[in-house]
Design a protein around this ligand. Structure first.
Ligand code: GLY
Length: 368
């Protein structure tokens, strides 16, 4: 079975992103070359653990790697100080050392929490990401952002800590609930919108195959997404500039998530999808992009089964959404940095957006 091998080019902190079907069963052999010792500490959650932990431990054992493990409760609530402390404590209790490889087996929550624990345990230990959701495979496991939420907001405490390896096993997506898969797919579409119009064309043709489980289509979509992310992160690891393009749809999406309580009502990927529609509509309203770009995006989202409209079950308020946007961590000197487009595949950053235009777009979008 072949493996796509991409490289995150960050000098001595660089690493490979491996994409293929069935990688979990080869994890030990694939991890061994980047390990300093023969011990690992695996973190997973109560949904992923029962499905994949034993297989991972067997694969590690086959390579002579001894592994301790712990499980956190799935969901965003585990990404807080209390769970971080408990996780660090179990790592110390298991006598994790500098040479122990920490392994995150799960979605974005497990990856972010485990990565942050690895960043601060003994001032930094190595870790491997084994993302099990589409969203984590194409976004959160790649690029070294780790962290937790505080009561003042999401991801406000964390560290840039690059993994030593990312193993994206396409086969594990087979057990992912369809809603989670679709939410992750919105982040795939994001790469087409940012700077790859050809990929957007390809998704229009093949997106349904990615959703329905076609292995080759999934693999291609994950590889193209990771390649785009690796290129952008390698150029701007700490988000001084172009890495912020990866936030396309996130400023508006964050406001929607804040309004809905960062829970099951609206998943992060779903919010990003809606946020991208809003960003493209705002671009059109400002005369920067043709209205057809937003229409094309909406059409594609609907075609694969993603919602392109706000839920009619809730009362949405323009001023409350404006307020959430102002509280986003992407605000600098009191101004929101927007990611807008000149068309599909032509995203750019700007802080020069009149509030009235944002309000007008929100009013239209709420009313749509
Ligand atoms: N998820 C956006 C980034 O990694 O920069």
């Amino acid at each position: 079975m072949s493996i796509d091998r991409l490289h995150m080019d960050l000098g001595d902190r660089g690493y490979d992103i491996l994409i293929g079907s069935g990688l979990l069963d080869q994890a030990g052999a694939l991890m061994a070359p980047v390990m300093r010792g023969k011990r690992a500490f695996v973190v997973t959650d109560d949904l992923v653990g029962p499905l994949y932990l034993e297989r991972l431990l067997r694969a590690l054992g086959q390579a002579g790697i001894e592994a301790d493990r712990t499980e956190v409760i799935h969901g965003e609530h585990s990404k807080d100080f209390a769970h971080l402390e408990a996780l660090l404590d179990s790592m110390l209790e298991a006598r994790c050392e500098r040479s122990t490889m920490v392994v995150a087996l799960g979605g974005g929550v497990v990856g972010d929490l485990t990565g942050f624990a690895a960043a601060i345990l003994q001032r930094g230990v190595d870790f491997v990401q084994i993302p099990t959701t589409l969203l984590a495979q194409v976004d959160s496991s790649v690029g070294g952002k780790t962290g937790i939420n505080t009561r003042r907001g999401k991801n406000l405490v964390g560290a840039f800590h690059q993994p030593r390896l990312v193993l994206a096993d396409i086969a594990v997506l087979d057990t992912l609930p369809r809603r989670q898969l679709l939410a992750g797919y919105a982040e795939v579409v994001k790469y087409g919108c940012i700077d790859d119009a050809d990929f957007f064309d390809w998704l229009e043709e093949n997106g349904h195959k990615v959703i329905e489980g076609d292995v080759a289509a999934r693999r291609y979509a994950v590889a193209i997404s990771c390649r785009a992310k690796a290129r952008i992160v390698a150029a701007d690891e700490r988000e001084g500039g172009i890495r912020a393009l990866l936030n396309l749809g996130h400023t508006f999406g964050h406001a929607l998530e804040a309004e809905t309580g960062f829970g099951d009502e609206l998943l992060h990927g779903e919010a990003v999808g809606l946020g991208m529609v809003m960003a493209l509509r705002l671009s059109a309203r400002l005369g920067l992009a043709p209205a057809a770009a937003a229409e094309r995006l909406e059409h594609h989202m609907l075609a694969v089964g993603l919602s392109a409209r706000l839920s009619a079950q809730r009362h949405w308020d323009v001023e409350r959404l404006m307020h959430h946007m102002a509280g986003d961590k992407k605000v600098a000197d009191g101004k929101v940095t927007f990611v807008l487009v000149r068309g599909i595949g032509q995203a750019f950053l700007t802080r020069d957006v009149p509030e009235d235009a944002v309000r007008g777009m929100l009013r239209d979008f709420i009313g749509a």
